[in-house]
Ligand binder design. Structure first.
Ligand code: 13P
Length: 391
C-alpha cells in the first residue's frame, strides 16, 4: 500500500519541522533538532505521476469542453441552437468522435453530464476518448460566488463532498480533474481573495490526488482591465507563490499535478498590445520564478484570446527548452471555428471535425515550437474576450 517513491510529510508530522518536539524531549545523545519525515500511504502516487506524464507528452495538449450547462448554452445560442441535453450531446459527440484527435490531444476535460453520457449510437464518450489514447478528465468545482469581505471578488465552491464525488468520477473513468478559480486585477486583487483562491486550489488538489485524479491547478488571472503587462506579472507572481505555498502545506505531490495558468499579457483594455515574444518572455519569467521543475506540465488557458493569438503565444514559449512541458488546455481557442462551421447541421459535422483537427494540429506544432500562422483565416484571428467571463 505505502509507496516508497516519494518522501512526504504527513499532516501530523509536518508541524514538527523546525520546532521542538511536542513531547518536549529530544532523543538521547542528539544535539540537533529532530525533523520527522514519514512516507504517506497513497496507493495512487505512481499512477498519478504516470497520468500527468502521459497528458504532458510531446506535441499534445488538452481539449477543454467542460462548460457548465449554462455556459454550453451560450455556445449553442451563438449558432441559434436551444440549450437542450440533446443539443449538448450532439455537440460533444461531434468533438469527441473526431477521427485522429489523439494525435494532438492527450486529455479532454468533460462536464459531469458528458462523463456519464454516450453517443447517439450508444458508445460511452469515455470509451471514444480511450480509443484515441486520450485521458478523460472532469471539472469538479461548483462555480464562483461572491466573496464576502472582499472588493467585489469571488471564491470557488465545491470542496464539500468532493472526496466522494472524485471517487465516483474515477470509477466512471476520469483520471484527472479541473478546478477553476479566478483572480481579478481591476478588483485589487485583495489579499483575502488571493489567499482563498490558493487555499481552495490546494485543498482540492490534495483531495483529488487522494482519489486517483491528477489535479489541474487553475487560478485564472482574468484578462479584464487596462493595466500594463508588468502589473499582470506582479499579480501572477503573488498568486502562484501563494498557490505553491499552500500546495506544499497540503502535502500535494508536485510530480502528480498539472498547471493551467493564464499567459502574462497586458489587460484586455490596455492601450498597447504585446507581441507573442513579449508575452512569452514575461510568462516564462513568471513561471521560472515560481514553478518547481518537478511539475510535469504547464497547460495554458486561452482566456479570450483569438485562436491564432493563443497558438502564436504558445509557439513563442517553445522556442527554447523549458523545465516543464509547455502546452495548451484551450476551450474557446479550440472550439470557436468548430462551432461556426457546424451550425448545428448534421451535414456539417465532418467539416467541423476537420476544423477541430486544424486547430489541434496548429497547437500541437506550437507545443513543439514549429507553428507558423501562414494561411490562417480571418475568423481564427478574431479575439473572444468577454468582460467578467464565467465558465
Ligand atoms: P478558455 O479560457 O481556453 O476558453 O478555457 C478556460 C477553461 O478553464 C476551460 O477549462
Amino acid at each position: 500500500m505505502a509507496c516508497a517513491n516519494f518522501v512526504k510529510l504527513n499532516s501530523a508530522s509536518s508541524s514538527w519541522i523546525g520546532q521542538k518536539s511536542p513531547f518536549g524531549q529530544r532523543s538521547q545523545g542528539s544535539s540537533t533538532r529532530r525533523v520527522s519525515f514519514s512516507i504517506r500511504a497513497n496507493s495512487y502516487t505512481d499512477e498519478l505521476v504516470q497520468t500527468a506524464k502521459s497528458i504532458a507528452s510531446p506535441g499534445r495538449g488538452i481539449l477543454a469542453i467542460d462548460e457548465s450547462n449554462a455556459t454550453c448554452g451560450k455556445r449553442l445560442a451563438s449558432i441559434g441552437l436551444d440549450n437542450t441535453e440533446t443539443n449538448r450531446q450532439a455537440y460533444r459527440q461531434l468533438l469527441l468522435t473526431t477521427p485522429g484527435l489523439g494525435e494532438y490531444i492527450s486529455g479532454a476535460i468533460l462536464f459531469e453530464e458528458t462523463l456519464y453520457q454516450s453517443t447517439t449510437g450508444g458508445k460511452k464518450f469515455v470509451d471514444c476518448l480511450l480509443d484515441e489514447n486520450i485521458v478523460p478528465g472532469i471539472k469538479v468545482d461548483k462555480g464562483l460566488v461572491p466573496l464576502p469581505g472582499s472588493n467585489n471578488e469571488s471564491w470557488c465552491q465545491g470542496l464539500d463532498g468532493l472526496a466522494s464525488r472524485s471517487a465516483e468520477y474515477y470509477k466512471q473513468g476520469a483520471r484527472f480533474a479541473k478546478w477553476r478559480t479566478v483572480v481579478s486585477i481591476p478588483c485589487g486583487p485583495s489579499a483575502l481573495a488571493v489567499k482563498e483562491a490558493a487555499w481552495g486550489l490546494a485543498r482540492y488538489a490534495a483531495i483529488s490526488q487522494d482519489n486517483g485524479l491528477v489535479p489541474i491547478v487553475e487560478p485564472e488571472i482574468l484578462l479584464d482591465g487596462d493595466h500594463p503587462i508588468d502589473r499582470t506579472l506582479e499579480v501572477a507572481e503573488k498568486v502562484w507563490a501563494e498557490v505553491f505555498y499552500y500546495l506544499a502545506e497540503n502535502n500535494v505531490v508536485f510530480e502528480g499535478i498539472l498547471l493551467k495558468p493564464s499567459m502574462v499579457t497586458p489587460g484586455a483594455e490596455h492601450k498597447e498590445k504585446a507581441s507573442p515574444d513579449t508575452i512569452a518572455k514575461y510568462t516564462l519569467t513568471m513561471l521560472k520564478r515560481r514553478v518547481p521543475p518537478a511539475v510535469p506540465g504547464i497547460m495554458f488557458l486561452s482566456g479570450g484570446q483569438s485562436e491564432v493569438q493563443a497558438t502564436l503565444n504558445l509557439n513563442a514559449m517553445n522556442q527554447t527548452p523549458n523545465p516543464w512541458h509547455v502546452s495548451f488546455s484551450y476551450a474557446r481557442a479550440l472550439q470557436n471555428t468548430v462551432l461556426k462551421t457546424w451550425q448545428g447541421r448534421p451535414e456539417n459535422v465532418e467539416a467541423a471535425q476537420k476544423s477541430l483537427l486544424v486547430r489541434a494540429k496548429a497547437n500541437s506544432l506550437a507545443q513543439l515550437g514549429r507553428y507558423s500562422a501562414e494561411g490562417e483565416n480571418e475568423e481564427a484571428k478574431k479575439g473572444m474576450f468577454v468582460k467578467g467571463y464565467t465558465y
